[in-house]
Design a protein around this ligand. Structure first.
Ligand code: 2P0
Length: 350
């Protein structure tokens, strides 16, 4: 009797926003970074990817991926690396248990949906690859820990390795040439510092001009500021940040977050040709945060910017009015899709 079943598993993975940025690869094929990084995972009720992975011997097509209803190319090296690694782990189990169905030989069908507008211009590859890897791992019933899955998700997109954990998450750059020690780890669970909030200001929904992959390669190759950032500045900040999180010291958390964002964008500007991710609205958001902190007499808000103009402002719940309230009033921002830890506020759709 032939097996005509469809095997299926679903999962979700959250978006993460780095406070110590990943920027630079020492191995572009394995996505091995030139420095460790640290991020905060946002609430899944606000920003997450939902993914269903299925496989069946009756699927006649090749491996396929549908993202928000649109077919995606799965032939790229990154997606292929994830499929290959997960299939290899499943094959091992099948070899040890000849009675279980050979799922590793069946075509995979992946269906992914983001619960935030793709047009919002927010990095979605982190949640996307984290969800894809975990959905297939669940489908294959792999006994993998988040750390092991992070090693695979990293090969899909570097920052994706950090979305396998909630709360405060580090990505250890590692030193092994095969990438075996370049994995994510939990710095602290969300419950350790639960009043942390992130206000997301969507400055532009446009697709970024220079992709992260291309941008960071050019920075590594040309920026004179880059070696000091990777070798001295970031290692020091990783320690400061981990200490600040352990002590729930928002002043240090905020100051280091802002310095690291500015330092990362300085290396972008120092790249040949220069890369500009922030725009005038981004810089206005920085000024507003400076104003909020000056008025408070201490750091109660911290901005950070990734490879695009959108701002993420970290603050503590008790300062909701002084930070998020002021932003909404000043920028006339409307609440996008609400929630507690991740709040999306469209500001200005250029
Ligand atoms: C980060 N970014 O740490 C940094 C800050 C953007 C700026 O990780 O080439 O999409 O897929 O490994 O993960 C964006 O880079 O790059 C990123 P790939 P990825 O969040």
């Amino acid at each position: 009797m032939s097996d005509n079943k469809v095997y299926r598993a679903s999962t979700t993975a959250p978006v993460n926003i780095a406070v110590i940025k990943y920027w630079g690869k020492r191995d572009p094929k394995l996505n091995l970074p030139t420095n460790s990084s640290l991020s905060v995972t946002l609430s899944q009720s606000d920003l997450r990817t939902h993914t269903t992975a299925s496989c069946s011997p009756k699927f006649t097509y090749e491996d396929s991926l549908l993202l928000n209803g649109s077919p995606q190319d799965v032939s790229g090296a990154r997606t292929q690396a994830c499929f290959r690694e997960l299939r290899a782990l499943r094959k091992k189990i099948e070899a040890e248990n000849p009675s279980i169905p050979p799922l590793s030989t069946y075509p995979l069908n992946i269906v992914s949906e983001n619960n935030f507008p793709t047009a919002a211009g927010l990095a979605s590859s982190a949640a996307g690859f984290a969800a894809l890897v975990r959905a297939i791992a669940d489908l294959y019933e792999l006994p993998s820990s988040p750390t092991e899955l992070s090693r695979i998700a990293r090969q899909g997109s570097g920052s994706a390795c950090r979305s396998l954990f909630g709360g405060y998450v580090g990505w250890e750059m590692g030193s092994a040439v095969d990438g075996s020690d370049s994995v994510a780890y939990e710095v602290a669970p969300a419950s350790h510092w639960p009043n942390m909030r992130a206000l997301i200001l969507v400055v532009s929904a446009a697709k970024k001009g220079v992709s992260s992959t291309t941008g960071m390669q050019t920075t590594v190759a040309t920026s004179a500021l880059f070696p000091a950032r990777a070798n001295e500045v970031v290692p020091r900040r990783m320690k400061e940040m981990e200490k600040a999180i352990a002590a729930k010291d928002f002043e240090t958390f905020g100051k280091v977050t802002m310095r690291d964002s500015n330092g990362f964008h300085a290396t972008c500007l120092d790249t040949e040709p220069p890369i500009f991710y922030m725009n005038d609205v981004s810089r206005a958001a920085i000024r507003i945060v400076e104003g909020i902190n000056n008025a408070a007499g201490k750091t109660i808000a911290a901005y950070t910017f990734d490879a695009g103009p959108n701002a993420v402002i970290y603050y503590l719940e008790e300062n909701e009015k002084a930070v998020a309230g002021l932003f909404k009033a000043m920028l006339g921002a409307k609440e996008g899709w609400g929630g507690n830890r991740g709040v999306a506020v469209p500001v200005n759709d250029e």
